[in-house]
Design a protein around this ligand. Sequence first.
Ligand SMILES: O=C(O)C(=O)C[C@]1(C(=O)O)C=C[C@H](O)C=C1
Length: 115
Amino acid sequence: MSDPTSLAEVRARIDALDGELIRLLADRQALVRHAAAFKADEQAVRAPGRVEQVVQAARARALSAGLSPSVAEAVWRAMIAAFIDLELAEHRAGASPGAHRARLRRPHPAHPSPG
Ligand SMILES: O=C(O)C(=O)C[C@]1(C(=O)O)C=C[C@H](O)C=C1
């Protein structure tokens, strides 16, 4: 990666990377929602053993990619916590990923779609 020559360039490159991260996170979210549909209860949704496995894998990958392992761990723990909240909400609603998408497409009562 070439060195940026101004703060504006740094920020433009960060914005571009954020766009890629958002696309990747949307793909990850779709998989997480499918995972929720295979789980029987809240304990299975939380899966603390799996969380530790994913975090340790992120630390190891970070190390070989030149990313600080502690930054990777903090980011992964925050991301997984958010996905667990999403899975729990889906579980409590008793919804499949398809049903959830249908719910998301429905206009919010406070913000009806125009026309
Ligand atoms: O692996 C799972 O079971 C997931 O639901 C994915 C995921 C994750 O975001 O990596 C989310 C919630 C936890 O249960 C564990 C891991």
